[in-house]
Design a protein around this ligand. Structure first.
Ligand SMILES: [Zn+2]
Length: 270
């Protein structure tokens, strides 16, 4: 037993020597990448496509719904369908509810089959700016995998949770073939605005007669589903805006790839 302990401590000693020689190299390589990114950050064009905050086409409104799939998706989808418009759903994998539950899978399919755009809001709604390169990849990969499994699409557009990004997030998004899209209008529904306040925000924004609108809302909020969306869908139409997806208002493809959905399996877990 004693000799085993000795052997173990020897092995640990060797391991620590190996670590001591390898870890600094890894850190050095990592630091080099970070320095490289920092050096490029001040250049607005930079090596990365700019983060998109607005639509490009005139008289189009892209209404976006974050944080689902959740209970109110079908109602929201139906309002847009009734109005002859489309919305964009930025889905999480495991935020308010696991995307692999049967109700969630059905809602993802419902949104997709009704012609709305399906985009990535990453897996667990973490602040990506606090994560490592590998962790950001993982947060993005897991929700992409879920969407590939459930509806067969690989999204071309992602929105970082909280709209929080840095150069590392932009780098990972580019490596995954995705554009980073935030918004130019926030209904305030996730930050404490009442229904009246959200409506007032919309009225104030539209009162400036913007050429177009890229609006942030949350499908997980009941007042948004029951009161704001029905109201704003009518208002936007009345003001002459076309209700389109984010991809449509940017003239880009919504998906990198479309394949056949997969057969559910027990490995589909959150
Ligand atoms: Zn969110």
């Amino acid at each position: 037993m004693k000799s085993f302990v000795c052997l173990l401590s020897e092995l640990l000693a060797v391991a620590s020597v190996v670590s001591a020689t390898t870890i600094p190299k890894a850190h050095k390589a990592r630091a080099a990448v970070v320095e490289d990114l920092d050096a490029r950050a001040p250049t607005p064009a930079g090596p990365y496509p700019p983060v998109i905050t607005s639509c490009v086409n005139p008289m189009q409104a892209a209404v976006t719904l974050d944080d689902g799939p959740y209970d109110y998706l079908q109602e929201i989808s139906d309002y847009f369908t009734w109005a002859g418009g489309k919305a964009t759903f930025f889905f999480n994998g495991n935020n308010w509810r696991c995307i692999y539950t049967q109700p969630s899978q059905d809602l993802v399919k419902y949104a997709y089959q009704n012609g709305h755009q399906i985009a990535s809001h990453t897996w667990a709604h973490l602040n990506l700016t606090q994560l490592t390169y590998d962790e950001i990849h993982s947060e993005m990969r897991r929700v992409e995998q879920a969407l590939q499994r459930i509806i067969g699409v690989t999204p071309a557009i992602m929105r970082p949770p909280f709209g929080a990004y840095n150069d590392l997030v932009r780098r990972v998004a580019r490596e995954r073939g995705q554009s980073v899209v935030t918004w130019d209008f926030d209904s305030g529904d996730s930050t404490g605005a009442t229904v009246d306040q959200s409506k007032q925000r919309y009225e104030d924004a539209l009162g400036k007669h913007p050429s177009n609108l890229l609006a942030l809302n949350h499908e997980t909020k009941q007042p948004t589903a029951h009161q704001i969306i029905p109201w704003v869908v009518k208002l936007l139409k009345y003001r002459g805006y076309q209700l389109v997806t984010v991809a449509q208002c940017l003239n880009v493809e919504p998906y990198q790839k479309i394949t056949a959905p997969q057969t559910p399996s027990p490995s589909w877990q959150c």
